[in-house]
Design a protein around this ligand. Sequence first.
Ligand code: GDP
Ligand code: MG
Length: 226
Amino acid sequence: MSKRIFITATNTNVGKTYTTLQLLAAYTQMGYRVGVYKPIETGVNGLPADGSLLLKHAQYSNPELKGFKASDIVTLSLPLPAAPYIANKGKKIDLSRFDTALNKIEKHCDIILIEGAGGMMVPLDNELMMIDLARHFNATTLLVTHCSLGCINDTLLSIERLKQLNIPYLWTFNCHKNRDNFTHISLPYFKQKFDPLYFVGHNTPLLAQALLDTLPIKTKENECAI
Ligand code: GDP
Ligand code: MG
């Protein structure tokens, strides 16, 4: 099995795809074969945008993925740009379909980057939330947060939930907006409370290594290559 990293965020549009691509580049640079997977994508009319972009970049750095199509990377493509619960009309999600797709990609990689949809508490069906996939996949979770006003609240809430669920995680800022105000408005709090701090695009290699060092919960089937 490859090392699985589940990329989630405090909300949609915070930078999961951007961060995933940065990690893809970092791990490739470190000499690993990297795979990508996006179990669910909504707002899909034609090809899934995230899935196609992730696959394009992954194929460039990992030629073993040449024969893969966007539909191999995104298992559930839904037209309505909404939470999967709504977009899939409340139907029960079949997790075994995700496992099959993931296993197929994993034959060709050492590390697989799995991008969630929306934030952690996006409902998938009557039982599952997006973050339940991280646990199901036995992945290490990476929470991506923003740097705009409100990032303290959003970050702490998401971290609280990860702790409650006992999910191994790291978190990182993706500061493409409000970078200047952030330094005075929110960063002082984080500097006091957390060390180290990760910033996508600034210390991505450090983050990439730390994710490899963060072990998922051990289960019998959970023997990682790394
Ligand atoms: P997601 O919905 O969480 O996957 O968010 P995306 O990764 O798609 O980011 C949302 C938008 O912001 C996209 O248009 C990205 O290209 C852009 N974006 C996100 N992070 C950055 C960043 O750090 N720098 C720049 N220049 N653009 C970013
Ligand atoms: Mg995305």
